[in-house]
Design a protein around this ligand. Structure first.
Ligand code: NDP
Length: 234
C-alpha cells in the first residue's frame, strides 16, 4: 500500500535519508524545504515550520498531490548553541519555536486527515540530548525534551482512532548539524559512544520506517534511542 508521507526538513541530512527510505518502499513522499527544492523523486513543498500559514499551505499542496498525510515525520530542527549565561531569550525562543512549536504545528495540521482516515503515524525526531542534557544546549535540549510530552499526549488523545505517536532519539549522526562541532567536541562525544562510531542517517531512517510500519501498529508513546548506546541508563 502506497501511503502519503510528509517529512519536515526532508531536503537534506537525516530527513532526506528518512524520505528516501519511504520512497524506496513505494510510498508517495513529500518533504519540506526552505528554498533549496527537493531531490529527484520527492515532492518538495516550501515551508518554514515557524510559520503557521506556510505549514497550512504545504499540507494543502501535499493533500492535492498525494492525498491526506498518513505518515508525518517531524524532523526539521536547528541548533543555536551557547552557554546559558550568554543565551539570549530570543535564541531560546527561536530554537523552541522551530523544534518544538514547529512539531506542534505540523502535528495539529495533520490530525484532521488522520482522524478522518482512522489511521495515522506521527514520528518526532528528538535527540539523546533531551535526556542527557548538554552544555551549551539549554534551548535545544528543552525543545527536544518537549517532544516527548507532545508525542505521549497525542498517543493518548488519538490512540482510539488508530493513530500512533512515537519519538526517535538519535545520538551522534554525521550530518551538516554535527559538522559544525569542533574536532575536540566530536572526539569527546565519540569516546563515550559504546559503538565507537558516528551513526549514519540511514540508521535513523530504518527506525523511523519501522515505527511507521504495519508491524509497529501496537507501539505508541515510546522513545526509541538510535544512538550506539550513548544514552543508555540515563
Ligand atoms: P541538518 O542541519 O542537516 O538539517 C536540518 C533540517 O531541518 C534541514 O532540512 C533544514 O531545512 C530543516 N529546518 C531547520 N529549521 C527549519 C524551520 N524553521 N522550518 C523548516 N525546516 C527547518 O540536521 P540533521 O539532519 O542532522 O537533523 C535532523 C533532525 O535530527 C533535527 O531535528 C535534529 O535536531 C535531529 N538530530 C540530529 C542529530 C545529529 O547528530 N545530526 C542528533 C540528534 C537529533 P533547510 O535545508 O531549509 O535549512
Amino acid at each position: 500500500m502506497s501511503r502519503s508521507v510528509l517529512v519536515t526538513g526532508g531536503n537534506r541530512g537525516i530527513g532526506l535519508a528518512i524520505a528516501q527510505a519511504f520512497l524506496e518502499a513505494g510510498d508517495k513522499v513529500a518533504v519540506t524545504h526552505r528554498g533549496s527544492g527537493a531531490p529527484d523523486g520527492l515532492l518538495g513543498v516550501e515551508c518554514d515550520v515557524t510559520d503557521n500559514a506556510a505549514v497550512d499551505r504545504a499540507f494543502s499542496e501535499v493533500e492535492a498531490a498525494h492525498g491526506p498525510v498518513e505518515v508525518l515525520v517531524s524532523n526539521a530542527g536547528m541548533t543555536e548553541d551557547t552557554l546559558l549565561m550568554r543565551m539570549s531569550e530570543e535564541s531560546f525562543t527561536r530554537v523552541v519555536d522551530a523544534n518544538l512549536t514547529g512539531a506542534y504545528r505540523v502535528a495539529k495540521r495533520a490530525t484532521p486527515g488522520m482522524l478522518k482516515a482512522r489511521r495515522g503515524r506521527m514520528i518526532f525526531i528528538s535527540s539523546v540530548v533531551a535526556f542527557a542534557g548538554s552544555p551549551g544546549q539549554v534551548n535545544y535540549a528543552a525543545s527536544k525534551a518537549g517532544l516527548l510530552g507532545v508525542a505521549r499526549s497525542i498517543a493518548r488523545e488519538l490512540g482510539s482512532r488508530n493513530i500512533t505517536a512515537n519519538v526517535v532519539a538519535p545520538g551522534f549522526i554525521d550530518t551538516d548539524m554535527t559538522a559544525e562541532l569542533s574536532d575536540a567536541r566530536r572526539n569527546e562525544i565519540l569516546g563515550s559512544v559504546p559503538l565507537k562510531r558516528y551513526g549514519h542517517a540511514a540508521e535513523i531512517a530504518a527506525a523511523v520506517h519501522f515505527l511507521a510500519s504495519e508491524q509497529a501498529g501496537y507501539i505508541s508513546g515510546v522513545v526509541l534511542p538510535v544512538d550506539g548506546g550513548l544514552g543508555m541508563g540515563i
